[in-house]
Design a protein around this ligand. Structure first.
Ligand SMILES: [Fe+2]
Length: 320
C-alpha cells in the first residue's frame, strides 16, 4: 500500500511579498484569493504576511509567505536551495512559443531560452521569478486530457496546471525509495553523476531522477546535491525558498488513512489532520527525508472570479 495523492500546489517564501503577488499576477495570471499583511496574528506560520493565489477556480494554487527579517539577514549558505524548479504546463507548443515571446518582451529574467528538452524533447523554457526561483513553461504533446483546471486570466501566460516540482536531495537513492514506498511514485528515468547529455551535465552534474504517479512522465524531480553541499544549511536561515509541496487526495477517509499510514512508517508529522480555516476541507503536514514540508489535503473550496477583490493589494494590481 502507498498513499495515492496527486501534486496540487506549492508554497514559496519570498523576499518582497507585494512584489511577488504582482509578478505572479502580471506574468502568470494568478488572482489573489486571500491576504494577510505583516503583523497578522491569524496565521501563526506566517506572521510577516501570507497570500493565497490561484490560476484556477480553487481557492489556491500557490501560497506566498514573506520571509521574516532574520531570514533575510542570515549569512549566505553554500547549499543552493531546497527548490530546484517547478513546472507549469500550457495548452500547446504554440502557447509555449507565444509565452516565450511575451515574457521576453515583458522583461522577465530568462534562465534558459526556448528549446527542446534534452531527455524528452518537449518544447520548454525556464524563467526566474523575483526571488530567482526557476519556473519551467512547457507542453507535452499527446498528454491524455486533464480535468480542466485553469480559468481565463489576465497574465502573459495562461497556466493549465502545475505539472512537476524539482527538489534537491542529500541522498537521491534514499529519496527515490521513500517517494516510491510512501506515494507509489514510479521511477521514469534517471541519470547518475556526469550525465551524458551536455545540458544535464551542466545543470545536474551529481545526478537526477524523474518520478511520476500520473500519466505524465514526471511529477517529481529529485536532484542530487554536490558532496560538499550535503551538510550545509539551507539559505535564508535554514528555510530555503520552498515552503511546502501540497498533494491532493480523493476523500477525507483517504486523508485520515494516509495520516495513519505515514505515522505508522515513522514519518515526522508536523501537523495532524485538521479542518482548514481559509480554504475549506482538511489537511495535514509531514516532512520528507530532506525536511521538505509536504501537505496532504482534501476538499479545498472553489471560489468565484471576483473572490479576493476586497483586498487593497488586489485592487491596486487590477487598476495598474
Ligand atoms: Fe497548502
Amino acid at each position: 500500500m502507498s498513499v495515492q495523492a496527486k501534486l496540487d500546489h506549492i508554497g514559496l517564501y519570498v523576499k518582497d511579498h507585494e512584489r511577488s503577488i504582482r509578478w505572479y499576477h502580471d506574468v502568470l495570471g494568478y488572482r489573489l484569493s486571500d491576504y494577510l499583511p505583516g503583523g497578522n496574528t491569524d496565521e501563526p506560520a506566517a506572521p510577516e504576511g501570507i497570500s493565497w493565489l490561484r490560476y484556477s477556480n480553487l481557492h489556491h494554487d500557490l501560497t506566498l509567505i514573506q520571509y521574516p527579517a532574520e531570514a533575510l539577514s542570515a549569512p549566505e549558505a553554500r547549499r543552493p536551495n531546497n527548490l530546484q524548479q517547478f513546472a507549469l504546463h500550457v495548452a500547446s507548443e504554440a502557447v509555449v512559443e507565444a509565452a516565450y515571446e511575451a515574457v521576453v518582451s515583458a522583461g522577465v529574467t530568462i534562465h534558459s531560452p526556448l528549446k527542446r528538452g534534452p531527455v524528452l524533447g518537449v518544447l520548454q523554457f525556464y524563467m526566474k521569478d523575483p526571488d530567482g526561483n526557476k519556473i519551467e513553461i512547457f507542453n507535452t504533446p499527446g498528454l491524455p486530457p486533464q480535468p480542466q483546471r485553469s480559468v481565463e486570466t489576465a497574465g502573459v501566460i495562461q497556466v493549465e496546471f502545475l505539472s512537476h516540482v524539482g527538489i534537491y536531495a542529500r541522498d537521491i537513492q534514499k529519496s527515490i525509495d521513500w517517494y516510491e514506498e510512501m506515494f507509489g511514485f514510479r521511477l521514469s528515468d534517471r541519470r547518475g553523476a556526469n550525465p551524458p547529455e551536455p545540458a544535464l551535465q551542466a545543470a545536474v552534474p551529481h545526478g537526477i531522477a524523474w518520478l511520476s504517479n500520473t500519466e505524465e512522465h514526471h511529477n517529481l524531480v529529485l536532484v542530487q546535491l554536490a558532496p560538499d553541499e550535503v551538510d550545509e544549511p539551507l539559505p535564508f536561515g535554514g528555510r530555503g525558498s520552498l515552503q511546502q509541496i501540497a498533494l491532493d487526495i480523493e476523500s477525507t477517509d483517504a486523508l485520515l488513512a494516509a495520516h495513519e499510514f505515514l505515522a505508522g512508517k515513522g514519518v515526522e508529522i508536523v501537523q495532524a489532520p485538521r479542518p482548514q480555516n481559509w480554504s475549506g476541507g482538511m489537511k495535514f503536514y509531514f516532512k520528507d527525508p530532506d525536511g521538505i514540508k509536504i501537505e496532504i489535503s482534501h476538499g479545498m473550496k472553489t471560489v468565484e472570479l471576483d473572490y479576493g477583490n476586497q483586498y487593497d493589494v488586489a485592487r491596486e494590481i487590477a487598476a495598474s
